[in-house]
Design a protein around this ligand. Structure first.
Ligand code: TYD
Ligand code: MG
Length: 454
């Protein structure tokens, strides 16, 4: 049996070596050698395009659009994050920390997709373990097949036999192809296996969902090139101590990357949270100081989020600042603004900030609620629970406008809030008469402080 020729290449300078080296003798970089195939026999390929070499250029207007229809995955959150369903022939990569629920989510989708023939390829669990899990989640789809296999050479014949409508691979790090010698999970194996699956998907128009592990620093394990190869990269995140999980699109060739899906992990699988504001509204019984509600937008969906702050006198020389769900550097900046521009003495105080529900928001419109929560805790004066906030705070203490203010106001009104504070620049562009909720424009933090606490 003729052997496939592989060589190790330095990813930095392109130097070659027949063996793996820790340090490149040519450019002196560490850990840059990666095995690459330099000559292969087509017969031994994991998957070969049927019409390889016979393709001709076609006019773009002549390309048929028959397969454009998106596949409904029977999961509103996932459909929305994907941009309205799964595109046939696309490859989706979903990454997340161990135990966050990637396998649960994908198995649940496979089991609930009535009318779709799904093949769930697992290299992580045995078929009995998958069966146990699926009994917990509940089966609705009769046509869900499980394949416990890790070698792509054995997977492709099964695909040709079953002809599924959707393939799920759990996980890409456990797959290996014979083309390359290195062990499963190595960079070259991940790349080669993804390339084979991608070619299969593009030629047969069957979508593939890959589950990927992430590394310590939160990126998907394997080379960055993996993210380039696939059409969509989704991130599944959340605090394991809270039941909530967030699905975000990091890259999407067929939709927006600002969409967000929210789930709650329950004992019978993941429940879709279609009204995200319920995360915060459950805990609102009595008025306590240090709590303010922010009207934020993630993707196209407005949601109201509770920010909680605790300000207390520092017990030690250096005051502590810590935050969960919010950038600590941004918190420090806001505290500096309060100190310098508005004269609040927070330099000698410990400040702790928490976004309820354990979710992380990137929307700058949450700034004002953070500031108000800090001031409320500092003065020990609660904020009326019928008030919410939506504005960014600038370095000079000015209250800045945010994008798409109207949907935020509408959402706040819908949830029974009676007053929303926004930037006065935002207030100019909207017609106040349209809303029942009182829209209060503010310009400076001091002005807001007077109106809330005086
Ligand atoms: P899992 O999908 O195995 O995580 P990943 O594939 O991302 O590593 O998720 C496992 C966790 O989810 C585990 O800690 C138990 C929990 N879980 C539930 O709470 N309810 C359920 O119905 C299932 C199936 C799992
Ligand atoms: Mg798993």
């Amino acid at each position: 049996m003729a052997k496939i020729k592989t060589t190790f290449f330095c990813q930095n300078c392109g130097a070659q070596s027949p063996k793996w080296l820790g340090k490149c003798p040519s450019c002196a970089e560490w850990n840059t050698f990666v095995e690459e195939v330099i000559q292969r026999e087509e017969v031994k390929r994991g998957y070969r395009m049927p019409d390889a070499g016979n393709r001709k250029p076609v006019k773009i207007s002549d390309v048929s659009m028959s397969n454009e229809k998106r596949i409904d995955l029977h999961d509103q959150e996932l459909n929305r994050v994907l941009g309205g369903g799964l595109v046939p022939g696309s490859v989706v990569l979903i990454g997340g920390e161990p135990g966050i629920g990637k396998s649960t989510l994908m198995l649940q989708v496979s089991l609930h997709c009535q009318g779709l023939k799904v093949l769930y390829v697992t290299g992580e669990e045995s078929d009995q373990q998958i069966r146990m899990r699926s009994d917990r989640i509940g089966m609705k789809n009769e046509a869900c097949f499980i394949l416990a296999e890790t070698s792509t050479q054995n997977i492709f014949p099964c695909l040709d036999e079953i002809k599924p409508d959707l393939i799920v691979v759990d996980s890409i790090q456990t797959l290996s192809t014979q083309v390359i010698d290195s062990s499963a999970g190595s960079i070259s194996q991940i790349r080669e296996c993804t390339a084979e699956l991608q070619k299969y998907s593009k030629t047969t128009n069957i979508p593939v969902i890959l589950i990927g592990h992430i590394t310590k620093d939160g990126t998907i394990a394997g080379p960055k090139i993996l993210e380039h190869m696939v059409d969509t990269v989704l991130q599944f995140e959340g605090d394991r101590n809270y039941g909530y999980r967030i699905l975000r699109a990091v890259k999407n060739r067929f939709g927006s990357t600002s969409e967000l899906g929210i789930y709650e992990m329950q004992d019978r699988g993941l429940r879709q949270v279609s009204n995200p504001s319920e995360i915060l509204l459950s805990q609102r019984d009595e008025n306590v100081s240090g709590i303010a509600i922010a009207a934020t937008i993630e993707g196209l969906r407005p949601m109201l989020i509770e920010t909680q702050a605790l300000v207390s006198s520092a017990a030690y020389g250096t005051p502590q600042r810590s935050s969960t769900g919010f950038d600590t550097r941004r918190l420090n900046m806001l505290l500096a603004v309060l100190e310098k521009r508005s004269g609040f003495r927070l330099g000698v105080k410990d400040v702790f900030l928490n976004i309820a529900g354990g979710i992380r928001v990137d929307d700058p419109a949450i700034d004002l609620a953070v500031v108000v929560a800090v001031l409320s805790s500092n003065d020990d004066v609660p904020i009326d629970n019928k008030i919410c906030f939506a504005a960014e705070v600038g370095l000079s203490g000015e209250i800045r406008p945010v994008t798409r203010i109207e949907p935020r106001i509408v959402e706040a009104e819908k949830l029974g809030f009676e007053k929303i504070y926004i930037s006065q620049y935002n207030s100019k562009g909207i017609s106040h008469r349209k809303f029942k909720i009182q829209v209060a424009p503010v310009k400076k933090i001091e002005e807001l402080w007077v109106s809330l606490f005086r």
